[in-house]
Unconditional design. Structure first.
Length: 178
């Protein structure tokens, strides 16, 4: 039983909706546990040919769950970071195409999640950013690495160091979305 993920399958296409709209689908420990389980189930199902990931409401994912992170000490923070890195690595290694269907805010850990997918598609309402620096953090889930590979070092540093949010047109222009 998932609390956060809403999975569906139709004609070999799996669509999983991240559904915690009251917190703009922010990523907490429960999300990573459910996503690990879900990825394993997709891996074991040869009838599924494509996976689409999207978010419910006005956000795709507005980042890691700040309310959960704020109480962590150094070793707990480190474990939370490694947990997300492992989940996103498993997603990246899935042997079917994975598409992020970005319906709204994709910030921080949310943008990192999209970058572990093979393709990113965006609605005109989508907003992208790496605002970790505003919290005194750097991205915890390998976003620094994936972002610079996708868009080049200049635009990656711009997003990481300014925390600016960009819209879908600019994301398309810099090659962040297809
Ligand atoms: N976490 C938890 N709750 C969040 C959230 C988040 N990231 N983003 C939004 N929410 C909650 C809000 O607190 C609010 O809850 P209530 O007050 O209603 O209870 C609800 O979602 C609706 O949000 P807003 O009222 O703020 O909605 P608006 O449309 O006015 O604004 C916004 C939307 C996306 C501009 C705004 O919510 C916002 O700025 N959100 C925070 C964005 C953000 O800073 N995200 C975090 C990025 S940092 C690491 C591990 C992980 C990470 C880094 C390091 N290590 C352990 C090393 C990852 C970091 C990040 O992802």
């Amino acid at each position: 039983e998932y609390e956060i993920l809403k999975p569906e399958v139709k004609d070999g296409i799996a669509v999983v909706t991240i559904s915690r709209p009251k917190a703009l689908n922010a990523l907490n420990t429960r999300f990573f546990e459910e996503m690990d389980d879900y990825i394993a189930s997709i891996n074991n199902d040869a009838t599924i040919k494509v996976l689409v990931i999207t978010g419910e409401g006005k956000a795709f994912v507005a980042g890691a769950d700040i309310a959960e992170m704020v109480n962590k000490n150094q070793s707990e923070g480190s474990a939370f970071s490694r947990l997300g890195q492992a989940t996103f690595r498993s997603l990246e290694k899935l042997n079917i195409p994975v598409i992020a269907a970005i319906n709204g805010f994709a910030l921080g850990g949310g943008l990192e999640l999209t970058m572990a997918c093979d393709f990113r598609t965006a609605s005109t309402k989508a907003k992208f950013g790496q605002p970790e620096v505003n919290l005194g953090l750097i991205p915890g889930y390998a976003g620094t690495q994936r972002l610079s590979r996708l868009v080049g070092q200049g635009d990656a540093l711009y997003l990481l160091m300014t925390a600016d949010m960009i819209g879908a047109d600019d994301a398309l222009r810099i090659g962040l979305v297809q």
